[in-house]
Design a protein around this ligand. Structure first.
Ligand code: GLY
Length: 635
């Protein structure tokens, strides 16, 4: 078996659907369009690329973690082993985004069985949670900066139980084995990336000076009171100690005993600067029992066809898969990709119908989507052909709809949900966080892991468990801060995403795998809170409709819409004429909405040959490891 190991950001993949039109678009892009002067503020983090191969591929938002995954694959581990090793490595190199104090969704394609399953390690609310818990004495939610950095925002972490489950069911290595690279990195030190250095200067680390839980984070990431500097060594001895305990005793070392004691104590912090009301009400409610009771869940993906491809994505408690797929179905009647009809890449009509479809889907998301272990989510109805047709006619290619409201998918839902009540008016959804991480791993045998993992906001709650070196998430801010917020006079609001004991907050995470027939052809996902949905959608359309090569599909500028009636975000790089046309159609695109959107890590498999291409987004540091096995040598 012979490998050529290469390190790169993206590759020379030629697109899922490449006719003369797509080649023409690519030519324009390469000659003078967006791929040269990078569109986003994150572009400065990127690095150059090389071709794909027939062996394993690891794409991450940070290159050291990609090397860890590749080493596992080279050593004979499978995609599941490598993905878990990558997740631990990212806890060391990108601690502001994900780690053992958080949770995520791991989509696994098992090549031998032709089956795709999900390990849901999403955090849960403690048993003591209640729908009004984020409200102050005045009945209004505590301001986001306070509630999101309080113990009350901390969900029961799930990442380790999920990793343990995935390894035991589908991996070939033990938890102790896949932890070794992260232990070495935490103990011996890493070089600080520019992105980590920038994050260490963020005000999200400024909370409650003098409080040992917030001070613990500053002691690691602001040594001597100063932010980290790029290329400086960073040693995390407490995190190394925690990883060693986990290697010795398994995930139980986290969910029981001394670490559990320290987690429970840490999240009991309220916020002194929220006054006596905040100090009392913003204390976390997690108990030892909550930690002991945490269980990951194995779920089936939601799926639908789009232009002949099968798209599999994340089910509830994430809204990501249902919303991405709903948008794809809503736009399927438009000739996307046809430049002559005005539906080429970056053309105003394309962008307009996508924004309108996102608005419709976000209206449904706000009302209907939440943790279906607690509420009935009309999954079938939301994707039903007749319901999609009913909603899609609301997209007028000639103008932006003034106001968009949720539809009523219940008549189309076989689950027989309660019906015949008028729908409520719609409250705007929040814009969501900007952190989290996504990575994709494929092994030579064809198994794929598509993993979005998070501690929610940058630096999570800002609380580090003293002595153990990991950050606690603030995932419970993904719940509605106010219950039944959509309930108007006589209206119907199922409270799909209201807080409840042991419930999982609604996510937008959307690890997605696209199949052509039985064969996977693309796997990708993104961080970015509720903009995740737009990032994943943009890349799916770029691959399928515009036939862009994977590197360009990922790096191309994006638009995002995160609510039914709010304003869209957009990245630099679109033609001024297209932006102007969108403004004429009624979309409020102003420079104050310019921002970097998401960070997609993707693998594309060119069928039938099976050559694999990895791409890591230039918006973050980006790392692709491509293990090129000769076809006759196996992989
Ligand atoms: N915390 C981000 C998400 O779950 O969508």
């Amino acid at each position: 078996m012979k490998f050529v190991l290469t390190v790169t950001r993206n590759t020379h993949h030629m697109g899922l659907r490449r006719g003369p039109l797509q080649r023409c678009i690519l030519g324009l892009i390469v000659m003078g369009g967006w791929s040269m002067p990078m569109p986003s503020p994150g572009a400065e983090y990127g690095s150059p690329g090389v071709p794909g191969g027939f062996g394993g591929v690891v794409t991450t938002s940070e290159p050291t973690a990609a090397r860890v995954g590749a080493a596992l694959l080279r050593d004979g581990g499978n995609a599941i082993d490598a993905a878990v090793a990558v997740a631990f490595a990212l806890n060391v190199t990108e601690p502001q985004s994900s780690g053992i104090g958080g949770g995520g969704f791991m989509m696994i394609y098992l090549a031998g069985e032709g089956r795709t399953i999900i390990v849901d390690s999403r955090e849960r609310a403690p048993a003591g949670a209640d729908p009004n818990m984020f409200l102050g004495a005045d009945g209004a939610p505590f301001p986001f900066p306070l509630r999101s950095t309080s113990g009350l925002a901390v969900g029961v972490p799930g990442m380790l139980r999920g990793a343990e489950l995935a390894l035991s069911r589908w991996g070939t290595r033990t938890l102790a084995e896949v932890l070794q690279p992260a232990i070495r990195m935490a103990a011996r030190g890493i070089r600080v990336s520019r992105r980590l250095a920038d994050a260490s200067a963020s005000p999200r680390l400024d909370n409650e000076p003098g409080d040992p839980v917030y001070d613990a984070a500053r002691a690691v990431f602001r040594p001597g009171g100063e932010p980290l500097r790029e290329h400086d060594p960073l040693i995390q001895p407490d995190l190394a100690t925690t990883f060693r305990l986990l290697a010795g005793r398994g995930a139980d070392a986290f969910y029981r005993g001394a670490i559990a004691d320290a987690i429970v104590a840490a999240q009991q912090r309220g916020r002194r600067d929220a006054g006596s009301d905040g100090q009392a009400r913003l204390r976390g409610r997690m108990t030892h029992q909550d930690l002991r009771n945490y269980q990951p869940v194995i779920r089936n993906p939601v799926s639908a066809s789009y232009r002949g491809y099968a798209v599999l994505s994340m089910p509830p408690p994430s809204s990501g898969g249902l919303t991405v797929i709903q948008v794809l179905k809503l736009i399927e009647r438009f000739p996307l990709g046809d430049e002559d009809a005005g539906y080429g890449f970056g053309q105003a009509r394309t962008l307009h119908v996508i924004l309108e479809a996102l608005r419709l889907a976000f209206a449904d998301r706000a009302l209907w989507m939440g943790d279906e272990d607690f509420v009935a989510v009309p999954k079938t109805g939301l994707l039903h052909e007749a319901y999609i047709a009913e909603r899609s006619v609301l997209i007028d290619p000639g103008r932006r709809a003034d106001r968009v409201s949720p539809g009523d998918p219940r008549p189309y839902d076989v689950a027989g949900l309660p019906s015949a009540r008028a729908l409520a008016g719609l409250r705007e959804a929040g814009e969501g966080g900007i952190n989290t991480t996504h990575f994709t791993v494929m092994d030579a045998a064809g198994n794929i892991v598509c993993f979005t993992n998070t501690i929610e906001s940058q630096w999570g709650s800002g609380q580090m468990v003293p002595g153990y070196g990991f950050l606690l998430n603030n995932e419970l801010t993904d719940f509605n801060a106010k219950p039944r917020a959509n309930l108007g006079a006589g209206g119907f609001d199922p409270g799909a995403n209201d807080v409840a004991p042991n419930k999982r907050p609604r996510s937008s995470m959307a690890p997605t795998i696209i199949f052509q027939g039985e064969a996977p052809v693309a796997a990708f996902g993104s961080p970015g809170g509720s903009t995740i949905i737009s990032s994943v959608l943009n890349v799916a359309v770029n691959l399928i409709d515009h036939g862009l090569p994977v590197g360009e599909a990922v790096d191309a500028p994006r638009l995002a819409q995160t609510s039914a009636n709010g304003r869209p975000f957009f990245e630099p790089g679109f033609e001024a004429a297209a932006i102007h046309s969108l403004q004429q159609l009624g979309h409020d695109l102003q420079d104050d909405r310019l921002r970097s959107i998401g960070s997609v890590q993707a693998v594309v498999i060119e069928q039938p040959a099976g050559r694999r291409y990895g791409a890591a987004d230039r918006r973050r540091t980006g790392g692709v490891q491509s293990l090129r096995a000769h076809r006759d040598g196996g992989g």
